[in-house]
Design a protein around this ligand. Sequence first.
Ligand code: PGA
Length: 255
Amino acid sequence: MKRRQIVAGNWKMNLNFQEGRDLASEIIRMIKPSNTLTVLCPPFVHLNHLSVLANGISNLEIGAQNCHQSSSGAFTGEVSAEMIKSVGANFVIIGHSERREYFNEDDELLAKKVDAVLANDLQPIFCCGEKLDVREAESHEALVQSQIEKGLFHLDSEAFAKVVIAYEPVWAIGTGRTASPEQAQEMHHFIRSLIAKKYGKSIASATSILYGGSCKPDNAVEIFSQPDVDGGLIGGAALKAKDFISILQSFPENL
Ligand code: PGA
């Protein structure tokens, strides 16, 4: 089975309602029909409006950046996966390094969030990636392996088939320092081999693995040309329609 090319924009905590609406409208105006799936992941307050804007546009989906692991209850300030689904979104980013770092989200909690996402017929974009000291100690593969095993490998094959993985080396996020195409390929290949060992070759080859970390129009072409890189999770450059669209068009067959 051929896996999907995906470019997801992670807006993080940026853009008020009007700014978000304007950016999404501009992206929608510029987007060309292609096989690449585009996913816009704005803050919660934008989800409903953007889902309405995206309705009927092929290959455009909306996603959240986080959810709570429980379905409802006394969790002031939190948002459940069911609520996210109810406003028309279809994806949720889980385990972004900023959530792991600033909100103390550990592997055990992330496994529960993945379950909540899948139970509500949403797809998780599950993030993994090492910090600089781990890379320098050459433990990056072991760390990513443990993040993936603990966060995802409790799933059965049918559930795992809905997962999108984003490899985001923490030292490359928002720093302007990108992983080299070779470093990205090496890790993506490693992740795919872990999936193959656990779920078999056909699920492994159907899993989309995105790269994230200072992905920009001027480096996306090289990164997306790697055989195991199926697209990107884009932060800073997703806030500029022109840059985001240019990244979307950076797959070898679009050049
Ligand atoms: P960046 O962020 O593209 O700004 O490095 C990527 C991310 O954090 O998802």
